[in-house]
Every structure is written in structure tokens, then in C-alpha cells.
Design a binder for this molecule. Structure first.
Ligand SMILES: *[C@@H]1O[C@H](CO)[C@@H](O)[C@H](O)[C@H]1NC(C)=O
Length: 347
């Protein structure tokens, strides 16, 4: 028998070699496929006009309707629309296969910032080719823009609205909070969710995430402050792992295209959907970034005014395949111009 020992050893080595060299079956690649589940919110209906739509006068846009098995759960019709919706979503998750999950995302655009006022004041052309590339104009600063008094009022309106939704609708409040690292989003989230009567199991502690920020590059309003500065402003708020001290993404000359933004926001969603088991998720972000998130989940285009919030019901499924590109998408060089005449001096 001793004779066989070396053979056995040799065979083991050969098999191990083949396995290492890739002869073993490869795992089939999978990716997360996102779809918007329509029919629940007015905002996902193509017939809804997004201009002048106000989430605070429409119960967040939640459609008054019955859901499957509603009558069994609420035979006396005592529950609010949001309570019945919450049960419907619980049921969707309970009855789905292990590769499928449903989340309700509350996507909030920050309140008005100084950069919004400046863009309106200078006009988009002069803003894009000159003023957006400056930190400010001597009277106003818009680099990593802060909220104007109007922006603060919009966030206070959101706070009042959440308070009334919690008491009148028992709306499911977010279980997880994420925020863009730009000052205007952190301030909006802070004002919106502070001082509410939140369940102890769902405290407001936003995780600051790099990838849910606005279109990257060129515009100084989209260049973030250092981690140290952010931490000084919001000492109790955690950062995601690996959050860099200085903005690692912003470039003074190159601006992210929509194609690149969609790849980035998909990556953000992949991180969130594969790590967060919670169903109700708040994301404090920006008009461009939320527009991109809506494209990623196949939602119709729905533009948000400053301070507006849109809820979406998202289905995410692990499916076989490589999925869409994960490369860094294309950036474009900005067209600079010489300092344009200030608007009040024109003609
Ligand atoms: C700077 O821009 C603001 C609008 O953002 C405007 O009200 C102000 O007059 C401008 N200041 C100068 C010096 O042009």
C-alpha cells in the first residue's frame, strides 16, 4: 500500500492545480435588477404633472385605493391609507422569493441653497461657463452651498409635514437614513427629521454616503467639504466606511455626464440594497442625483423643486448575468467663458 501514497499525493496536487487554474466550475454572475412598482403613488403615473406637484398636500402622493387582501386585514376600514400600504408592502416582501426584495425609498431634495439663487440670478448659460466655477461673487458664497432662509423654511415645512403624517397617518418612518455629504443635504435632513416623535427602534441617525451626492466636478457647489469639517458640524453622524478626508471625486475641469451618474447611483443602490435589510429608507440628495436614481429604477422622469420629496416603491431582484457596466462613466470638459457682465448691467 505504501507504493500508492506518492500517487495519491501526486493526484491531489494535480487536482488542486486544476482547481486553482480555473478548471473548477465558475459561479454564475448575478446582478441586482431594479424596477419601480407602479400604481401606488401619483408620481409614478405618466399622467401626473410634476410641475407644481406638492407632496405635502397630497399625502406624499399615495393613491387612495384598496390593496389585495385589504378587507381581511382591515374589515372595518379603520386604518389609514399609509397603514394599509405598509401592510401591502410587508405582504409583498413576505410572499416574494429569497432573491427578491421590496423597499420604499423617500427621496428628498435639499431645500434652496445659495447656488440655486445664483443660477437663477445669472442664468444657466453664464452660471455654467463662469459663475458655477467660482466659489462665489464677493457677496454670496456657493462653494458647498449652504441653505438660504427659504431653504431652511422648506426643510421646516418638511418637518411639520412628517410630524402630521406620523400622528394622522401613522406613516412608516424611515428605518435607515442616508445623506449626501454636501452641506445643503445634511442641513435639510437635520431640520426635516429632528424633534419628531420617532419610534425608538427607528432613530434618526443618518449615514453620510459619498455616492448619493450631486453630479461631480467643475461646479464648486458640488465640491464637498473635508470630513473633519463635516464632523465638526454634525458630530453624532456616522460616515460610511472608507470616507476620505478630502473630496476624492471632484475635478475642477471635468463634469460627470448623466451616463456616468447613472452608473454611480446604480452602484450606490447596489451597496444599499445588498447591505441594508430595512424596507423604509430615506435618502437626502439632489435634483440631478435623484433624477439619476429614478432612471436606475425605471421610474418616469419626475423633477423635484427644492425641498420636495418623492416616495418610490422599488423591487430589486438578483438575476443571472453581468448586468449594466460598472466602469467609471464618461466625464466632459466644461466650456469656460470670460467673466460675463452681471445681469443688472446687461442692456
Ligand atoms: C452675487 O449674487 C447674488 C445672487 O446669488 C446677487 O444677489 C448679488 O447681487 C451678487 N453680487 C454681486 C456683487 O454681483
Amino acid at each position: 500500500m505504501a507504493i500508492f501514497r506518492p500517487f495519491l499525493f501526486l493526484a491531489t496536487v494535480v487536482v488542486a492545480f486544476l482547481v486553482i487554474m480555473g478548471e473548477a466550475p465558475k459561479p454564475i454572475p448575478e446582478y441586482l435588477k431594479y424596477t419601480t412598482v407602479t400604481g401606488y403613488f401619483q408620481q409614478d403615473d405618466p399622467a401626473t404633472d410634476d410641475r407644481n406637484f406638492d407632496y405635502t398636500t397630497t399625502n406624499f402622493g399615495l393613491i387612495d385605493r384598496n390593496y389585495d387582501k385589504d378587507s381581511e386585514l382591515d374589515s372595518r376600514n379603520k386604518k389609514s391609507q399609509w397603514q394599509r400600504f405598509e401592510r401591502a408592502v410587508t405582504r409583498l416582501n413576505r410572499e416574494s422569493d429569497p432573491k427578491t426584495q421590496y423597499k420604499v425609498l423617500y427621496l428628498g431634495r435639499h431645500g434652496e441653497g445659495y447656488h440655486n439663487v445664483a443660477e437663477a440670478w445669472y442664468g444657466t448659460h453664464d452660471w455654467d461657463c463662469y459663475w458655477s466655477l467660482q466659489d462665489g461673487n464677493g457677496t454670496t458664497t456657493w462653494a458647498d452651498a449652504h441653505l438660504t432662509s427659504e431653504g431652511i423654511a422648506q426643510a421646516e415645512k418638511a418637518n411639520t409635514f412628517w410630524r402630521s403624517q406620523i400622528s394622522s397617518q401613522q406613516i412608516p418612518t424611515p428605518q435607515s437614513y442616508y445623506a449626501s455629504p454636501l452641506m445643503r443635504c445634511l442641513a435639510t435632513a437635520d431640520i426635516t427629521f429632528s424633534g419628531l416623535d420617532l419610534p425608538p427602534s427607528r432613530p434618526f441617525i443618518p449615514l453620510i454616503r459619498e455616492l448619493v451626492r450631486e453630479a461631480i466636478g467643475a461646479h464648486t457647489c458640488d465640491r464637498r467639504s473635508s470630513k473633519t469639517y463635516i464632523h465638526e458640524q454634525y458630530p453624532d453622524w456616522p460616515f460610511e466606511q472608507g470616507f476620505a478626508e478630502n473630496d476624492p471625486l471632484w475635478d475642477p475641469e471635468l463634469r460627470e455626464t448623466n451616463v456616468a451618474m447613472d452608473i454611480r447611483l446604480r452602484q450606490a443602490f447596489d451597496e444599499i440594497f445588498s447591505s441594508d435589510e430595512n424596507t423604509y429608507v430615506s435618502i437626502s440628495s439632489h435634483s440631478g442625483a435623484i433624477g439619476s436614481m429614478l432612471r436606475v429604477i425605471g421610474h418616469r422622469e419626475f423633477s423635484l423643486g427644492t425641498g420636495q420629496v418623492i416616495p418610490v416603491l422599488v423591487k430589486a431582484e438578483w438575476v443571472e448575468g453581468e448586468g449594466p457596466s460598472r466602469e467609471k462613466g464618461p466625464y466632459t470638459r466644461v466650456d469656460r467663458c470670460d467673466r460675463p457682465a452681471t445681469p443688472n448691467l446687461v442692456k
